[in-house]
Design a protein around this ligand. Sequence first.
Ligand code: SHN
Ligand code: NAI
Length: 212
Amino acid sequence: MAYFPMFVQLKNKKCLVIGGGRIALRKIEVLKDFEADVTVIAPEMIPQIRQIDKIRRIFRTFMEEDFKEAELVVAATNDQKVNSEISKICMQRKIPVNAVDQKEDCSFIFPSYVKEGEVVAAFSSGGQSPMITQYLKEKIKPNLTEELGQIAQILGSLRAFAKSCIATEQQRKEFYKELLQIGLKDIDSLEEQRINEIIQKYTKNQSEIEEQ
Ligand SMILES: C[C@@]1(CC(=O)O)c2cc3[nH]c(cc4nc(cc5[nH]c(cc(n2)[C@H]1CCC(=O)O)[C@@](C)(CC(=O)O)[C@@H]5CCC(=O)O)C(CC(=O)O)=C4CCC(=O)O)c(CCC(=O)O)c3CC(=O)O
Ligand SMILES: NC(=O)C1=CN([C@@H]2O[C@H](COP(=O)(O)OP(=O)(O)OC[C@H]3O[C@@H](n4cnc5c(N)ncnc54)[C@H](O)[C@@H]3O)[C@@H](O)[C@H]2O)C=CC1
């Protein structure tokens, strides 16, 4: 079964990671990368987890009341029974849950991803082979450049303006495409004056349409 790649807003969401080993660390780093509010619960945590900034650490085994406020949970202990129990609690409470050792206990799984600014490419093999998932990430890395992330930010900042000032969706599409092509050739040439020239070209078209 293939999983649907849903892009979820995690900023400031209360995410609970249960377990304090190497795999918990990997999951915490991903959640932090998307600005989640992370709490870790485990009797023992590896030094790298103890050193992470701005997370809550609770040194004990989990309790049912820990789930009260959780909006997303990762069961990352090394005990399958414990992870399964966590999963059941979350499923009952309809909290999205990931269990690191058994996809049957997951309502969502983690992808391998590349992120530049707000552009994210994410891969999954439906749990069949994380190696393949990692391989795909490495393949896309040379294409998902820092510049592409910057171009996305520039195009994003022009969206509201383009919607109000460029007449049709087709024209807006051409406008974004032209800016993208320029940015891909040379990000530095996508500066204010050049952008203004292109804006004028597309808004001029609109005033011509309005005059007719
Ligand atoms: C179902 C899923 C649930 C979940 O964790 O969300 C899951 C489950 C399991 N992984 C296992 C093993 C490995 N996982 C990795 C790596 C990653 N695993 C990740 C995700 C996922 N792993 C989800 C499915 C993803 C998909 O759809 O493809 C990544 C992408 C994201 C992340 O972890 O954040 C991250 C790469 C991050 C990156 O580099 O970008 C490596 C490689 C390595 O460690 O270098 C190995 C060893 C090689 C191998 O086994 O293939 C085992 C067996 C453990 C055992 O044998 O004991 C299980 C349990 C089982 O399969 O039963
Ligand atoms: N999803 C993935 O990508 C992968 C998953 N795995 C799975 O991940 C599991 C965990 O791996 P590691 O982090 O290396 O294990 P680990 O042994 O380093 O850490 C286990 C952690 O769980 C904690 N723990 C145990 N019982 C607990 C409880 N009742 N409440 C709270 N915390 C508890 C321990 O204190 C410890 O911090 C492995 O057993 C393996 O099945 C392994 C490789 C990749």
